[in-house]
Design a protein around this ligand. Structure first.
Ligand SMILES: C[S@@+](CC[C@H](N)C(=O)[O-])C[C@H]1O[C@@H](n2cnc3c(N)ncnc32)[C@H](O)[C@@H]1O
Length: 273
């Protein structure tokens, strides 16, 4: 299918609309990529001009819903079990375990969980140490499609590439060439749709002892990432821990959270009471 033409002006207004809705930033060099993806949606919906499609998204009563579906088609859900596992192990062993053993009930939020491998990894690590019942796990993503998949517990074989020996047989069952996570682990996670750029939606989740927000800030411009980090900071209890991706750093934002290294893993910690 050929693409509809996208002038620099139409690219500018369409990419601004997408960025405003979901934080995703498209630089001018990404124009071809955006053109291809948006054209496919516009043609499917019967439009023969991207400017008309833009006006529809912006002003039609059905625009917001269509924009959400367009955004969903642009999201990248790359993830796998035990991805960047060290910070998760250190979080579980050094931060969560002592508090749960003191009898505290903790809340942990995985803020851009894609198809669920990250919160399910955390659930496996907690269950392994008999801590799962002491932790309320919330996992969210913007993508309805990714969340639907997460809730089924069905994954793909590529998502197993970093599974430690033994964990696979214990927590997953492979049927017909597809791995399925044990239903009790899937049920231990409260799956929600949350847009991270919507500060009110973030605030509505309440507060957490730890938040994982990994490999998603990279899609945002610095000002958007800073706003997101600020609302995540508000959602942490005093002394709460924020974990970002290994290749992400918050130091350039001048965040109010303090960066601490523990056993080679980095945490951003909210000042205590
Ligand atoms: C590359 S995945 C990272 C998944 C997981 N955190 C990991 O590190 O393996 C990025 C996820 O961020 C989600 N995302 C992008 N923009 C978002 C937003 N504004 N609000 C919530 N989630 C968003 C995408 O849908 C995608 O599932």
């Amino acid at each position: 299918m050929s693409s509809l033409p996208m002038s620099p002006q139409v690219f500018a207004i369409l990419s601004a609309l997408i960025e405003q809705r979901a934080g995703l930033h498209y630089a001018p060099e990404d124009r071809d990529l955006l053109q291809e993806k948006v054209s496919a949606r516009a043609l499917d919906a019967g439009f023969d001009s991207l400017l008309d499609y833009y006006y529809f998204l912006r002003y039609d009563p059905a625009g917001p819903e269509t924009l959400d579906a367009l955004v969903d088609s642009l999201l990248v859900h790359e993830t796998y079990f035990f991805r960047e596992a060290l910070p998760l192990t250190v979080l579980v062993e050094d931060v969560l375990a002592p508090a749960v053993r003191e009898g505290r009930k903790l809340r942990v939020w995985c803020a851009a969980c894609a198809t669920g491998e990250e919160p399910l990894t955390l659930a496996m690590m907690l269950a392994e140490r008999d801590l799962l019942s002491g932790v309320e796990l919330v996992a969210s993503d913007l993508s309805t499609r990714a969340l639907e998949r997460a809730r089924t517990g069905e994954h793909n074989l590529r998502s197993l590439r970093a599974m430690p020996p033994g964990a696979e047989g214990r927590w997953l069952e492979v049927r017909g060439g597809r791995p399925y996570v044990k239903p009790e682990l899937v049920a231990a996670v409260d799956w929600r749709r949350v847009n991270l750029v919507d500060a009110a939606a973030v605030a509505a989740l309440g507060t957490f002892d730890a938040i994982l927000c990994r490999n998603v800030l990279i899609y945002f411009q610095d000002d958007t990432a800073l706003r997101v980090v600020e609302s995540l900071g508000k959602a942490l209890v005093p002394g709460g821990h924020l974990v970002v991706g290994t290749s992400e750093s918050l130091m350039r934002f001048g965040t109010a959270l303090t960066c601490e290294e523990r056993r080679g893993a980095f945490f951003y910690i909210k000042a205590g009471p």
